[in-house]
Write a protein that binds this ligand. Structure first.
Ligand code: KG4
Ligand code: ZN
Length: 329
């Protein structure tokens, strides 16, 4: 089964071809235009998707050495995400599907982040997944394919959003997550003890307190001090965020008694988080699924594999498929 995946839910236009448990191509057109605004501008994102979607899909097919006549299903992210951005990918996918008589499969972007793990890991259940992206921070218990139970979620900022907003306070470019990560590698994480929000409470998260704490810290310390100690400050922030994420993951694992643990979403590319979770998994003998870096942040390979899983379960859609901006809870 050969699946074309299309992703346009935020600021990456992406297309990928998946067949026989292999990713044959994985093309991502990133939108640099948002950098100067310090965040994604929805209208500009839609326009940029519109400009690049045709050639991105073309390139994915060419690189996979295939044509539309060989494609068995077109999988497209139909939410959650920015409505205008989703509509570009969805309309394009519908057009391709109807013109070439190919089944259409709507894919939930958050599910796709999780199932990206099955590109490189065996499909096993049940598992606990920590999903950490720019828009979401969630802990779920997945009993079987597409059956998730929400264990906890953020009450304010998502983990990636926290990295980005704190990075903005430190005058770092958008998206700041990868920059904070890089700077942290040469820093001392014990330099300053930032708050570990809600670490002793249930499985929900909160990162806005940390953001406020960094803001006050930077205002008190002054620009010169912050610049001089930027690596140490970034490392201290990364320690605070990743401590909370790992602690909550541990709680969820203990509560559910699972043997399989999954990490997904853009922040799963974070080196400190990866290290801490790898140490935890190896100390406890858990089966850890974490994507290689290229499948952590937004991509269409994750859409294509999730589309293939849905096809396998006969969960195709039709042309009435609608985009949705948010998930229910
Ligand atoms: O999953 P993703 O690509 O898009 C969403 O679905 O939101 O996640 C993007 C988020 C951004 O907030 C970005 O700063 C963060 O993931 N991110 C990172 C790293 N790489 C991406 N955060 C921390 N460390 C990283 N290495
Ligand atoms: Zn994403």
């Amino acid at each position: 089964m050969k699946i074309l995946g299309i992703e346009s839910s935020c600021d990456e236009t992406a297309a990928s071809v998946y067949a026989d448990r292999k990713i044959l191509s994985n093309i991502i057109a990133s939108q640099a235009i948002h950098e100067k605004f310090g965040g994604v501008v929805p209208e500009l994102a839609s326009r940029a998707h519109h400009t690049s979607i045709m050639r991105t899909v073309d390139q994915a097919l060419t690189e996979a050495g295939t044509g539309l006549d060989d494609i068995d299903g077109i999988a497209v992210a139909n939410g959650p995400g920015l409505m205008g951005s989703l509509l570009v990918g969805l309309s394009f996918a519908k057009g391709l599907a109807v013109a070439n008589n190919i089944p259409l499969i709507g894919v939930n972007h958050i599910d796709a982040h999780m199932y990206a793990n099955f590109i490189e890991h065996e499909e096993v259940y049940p598992f606990v997944a920590l999903i950490v992206s720019g828009g979401h921070t969630r802990l779920v218990y997945t009993e079987k394919l597409f059956y998730h139970k929400l264990l906890g979620k953020t009450r304010d900022d998502a983990a990636g959003e926290a990295f980005d907003k704190i990075g903005k306070i430190l005058n770092l470019p958008y998206p700041a997550g990868p920059v904070v990560d890089r700077l942290s590698r040469d820093g001392d994480g014990s330099f300053h003890q930032f708050p570990r929000s809600m670490i002793d409470n249930g499985l929900d998260f909160s990162f806005s307190g940390l953001k406020t704490s960094v803001l006050y810290y930077v205002q008190d310390a002054g620009e010169k001090f912050v610049q001089k100690n930027l690596n140490n400050i970034c490392a201290s922030i990364s320690e605070a965020i990743t401590d909370v994420l790992v602690e909550k993951l541990k709680k969820a694992v203990n509560k559910t008694g699972v043997q399989n643990v999954m990490v997904a979403g853009g922040v799963s590319a974070n080196s400190m988080l990866r290290n801490k979770i790898m140490v935890y998994a190896s100390e406890t003998g858990l089966n850890l699924m974490i994507p290689s870096i290229q499948y952590c942040t937004d991509n269409a390979a994750m859409i294509a594999i999730t589309g293939a899983l849905k096809m396998r379960e006969n969960l195709q859609d039709d042309l009435t498929l609608k985009p949705f901006a948010r998930i229910e809870n």
